[in-house]
Design a protein around this ligand. Structure first.
Ligand code: 13P
Length: 253
């Protein structure tokens, strides 16, 4: 059985006190209200990671939103996978479209980061997704395939089995424009088919594939009910404890 995951991505939001306060609320609610074996994760800015892991990392897992591809050295301002691991992080988002777009992160660089994250015993949440233009001109399957091939299909089957994939159509992020459950399912099924072709149907069946992009408590149930959607990567709604926990609870029954 593949894992069901609801991961929040706080992006560049919340000062230190705000992060502690929101995370405390989320931990208390998840502790009281989560019924199933779904995994709740919060991917927070670096400044929060150490405190959050100690505050409730047993109830809500902690993730970083990025890391550097090298172990250490003269890379002013950067943070390594080993560093985030050392404070209790278990997950790292790799290849979010905002990093691809604003920080020019290429598939090749993201492949290096993924290897480093795995080498440090962390789970990469590897993001792929097409732009609105690519959706409209019908090239989105090719775009997604290239992102997979160049980003993660260089991994051995053993390593690939440790990663989580997140499909985040760029046109649905922060826009309020969610992919319909049919659109999302179509892509998730495609991703799983490509994984089966590259590795095996066993590996494909076991891979957790999350949907991200304007996911909220109202649309989560329909999205997560799709055969190939195993949970969500949540932006805006993860900044509201009630909304985030309601999305986590989608898997309660
Ligand atoms: P929104 O949920 O705000 O659309 O963001 C999605 C996202 O980018 C999560 O990584």
């Amino acid at each position: 059985m593949r894992k069901k995951i609801v991961a929040g991505n706080w992006k560049m939001n919340l000062d230190y006190a705000g992060g502690i306060s929101l995370f405390s609320e989320i931990v208390n609610m998840v502790r009281d209200e989560k019924k199933g074996d779904q995994i709740a994760i919060i991917c927070a800015p670096y400044i929060h990671l150490n405190s959050l892991a100690k505050l409730g990392g047993d109830v809500v897992k902690i993730g970083a939103q990025n890391c550097h591809q090298n172990d250490s050295g003269a890379y002013t301002g950067e943070i390594s996978a080993g560093m985030v691991k050392s404070v209790g992080c278990e997950y790292v988002i790799i290849g979010h479209s905002e990093r691809r777009q604003y920080f020019a992160e290429s598939n090749e660089l993201l492949a290096e980061k993924t290897v480093k994250v795995l080498a440090n015993g962390l789970t990469p949440i590897f993001c792929i997704g097409e732009t609105l233009e690519e959706r409209n001109n019908g090239t989105y399957f090719d775009v997604l395939k290239t992102q997979l091939e160049q980003g993660v299909f260089g991994l051995s089957a053993d390593d690939f089995a440790k990663i989580v994939i997140a499909y985040e159509p760029v046109w649905a992020i922060g826009t309020g424009l969610t992919a319909t459950s049919d659109q999302a399912q179509e892509v998730h099924a495609y991703i799983r088919k490509e994984i089966a072709a590259k590795y095996s149907s066993e590996v494909a069946d076991e891979t957790t594939i999350l949907y991200g992009g304007s996911c909220n408590p109202k649309n989560a149930a329909e999205l997560f009910a799709q055969t190939d959607i195993d949970g969500g990567l949540i932006g805006g709604a993860s900044l509201k404890s009630r909304d985030f926990v309601d999305i986590v609870k989608t898997f309660n029954s």
